[in-house]
Design a protein around this ligand. Structure first.
Ligand code: THU
Length: 128
């Protein structure tokens, strides 16, 4: 799957001198574009940006919106699959459709899920 290959390529760009845990991500749009992201850490740890947020922000920064996004891949080489942190789930729940495919892989195992499964009862614009 091209989106997975690109996510693994993006993982090479991770700047993770503190955790040493490299993550890559790639958004594929319905019209065949790819937007990559990698985690970028900071000595002030809380300022770290996760790979999937960088990828989805890149897609949005280039004018794409949730209805134009086909899927997002998030990858690492850890023993366990990388799963989005709570902050990223909140962001993805606003910036992806509820059933958009979220592909998680470590090169050995791959699962396809979506934000409805990862974050049921999410807080969003509808609650305001
Ligand atoms: N990280 C991601 O980039 N995405 C995830 O889904 C989980 C965690 C990053 C943040 C930090 O740079 C490193 O992985 C360890 O938490």
């Amino acid at each position: 799957m091209k989106v997975l290959d690109k996510a693994f390529e993006a993982m090479q760009n991770a700047y993770a001198p503190y955790s040493k845990y490299k993550v890559g991500s790639c958004v594929e749009t319905k019209d065949g574009k790819f937007f990559i992201g990698a985690n970028v850490e900071n000595a002030s740890y809380g300022l770290t940006n996760c790979a999937e947020r960088n990828a989805i922000f890149a897609a949005y920064s280039n004018g794409y919106r949730k209805n134009q996004i086909k899927c997002i891949a998030i990858v690492s080489r850890g023993e366990k699959l990388v799963t989005p942190c709570g902050a990223c789930r909140q962001v993805l729940s606003e910036l992806l459709e509820r059933d958009t495919e979220i592909i998680l892989s470590n090169g050995k195992d791959t699962i396809i899920t979506n934000i409805e499964d990862l974050m049921p009862l999410a807080f969003g614009a509808d609650n305001l």
